[in-house]
Write a protein that binds this ligand. Sequence first.
Ligand SMILES: [Cu+2]
Length: 325
Amino acid sequence: MSRSVLWSRRQFLRLGVAAAGVSGVAIACQASQFGSSVAIPPLPDITDDLQFGFNPMQVLRDFDYGTVKHEGGRTVREFEVTANSTTLQLNRAISFVSWNLNGRVPGPTLRAREGDRVRVIFHNEDGHSHSLHFHGTHPADMDGTQPIRHGNTMVYEFDAAPYGVHLYHCHIAPVTRHISKGLYGMFIIDPPEGRPPADEMVLVMGGYDTNNDDRNELYAFNGIPNYYRDHPIPIYQNQRVRVYLLNMIEFDPAVTFHIHANFFQIFRTGRSLKSTEETDVITMGTAERHILEFSYSLPGQYMFHPHQDGIADLGCMGVFDVLPT
Ligand SMILES: [Cu+2]
């Protein structure tokens, strides 16, 4: 069975859609738990001879809504996150011992709706002390700046607010090192009324300082350098794409994000339902994040990358493969 079939079936199972009537991969669909639904292209069959450590194509559209519980009239979303060290094969020559969450860089994309109760059960199985610090609002004792030692568990709990696209990361000094080793992820809080249907995906820009000189030798979207350059992301022509974009590159003060042959609408920090700006290049400091929306009217392959071309050349490079409809 191909990986794309496995993936689409997993999506259907997660959505509770009956497998009956599903024929092949051509009608893969994506729906948020909050209502919107859209057809998305099946993932390409990928047979890499390199074992990277995880599959960035699955990271792309993998939203973790947690285990939903109802407590005292509230919706509680319970997430389980484990810190550990694993070796990533960044390219043929370079392997890198990452500190990560649930075995991937970035960590899982946690997603809730504004007003939900969020409960994150954080296990630290790594040899170093770590923590989880969330952006968004929460009480001081949930701020995640206290070290959680090896073998210990901390439960972070707070109300999901405000809606937008946020992040979480380890906040143990030196924070730059703990983040650049891979301890970060995206935290999406949906507005109560949701957003219009779209092909939604996550792109997190990260850097790797592979020789501890406080400079990045490699960069990546979703953890693996050049992955989406070598495995273009299939999207459909004339369909709205919504990118949740986060810059987690340490050591470089800012990068831009640019898509070819198109413009995108910007929803800054995801804090609005109406776009505030249209452009084709946006500048982002570390931890800055936005929602971008666009559609391609013409099929073909189009690059996306920071317009610091040296950073793009070192791995922060991807391609959209626009399929005719
Ligand atoms: Cu840490």
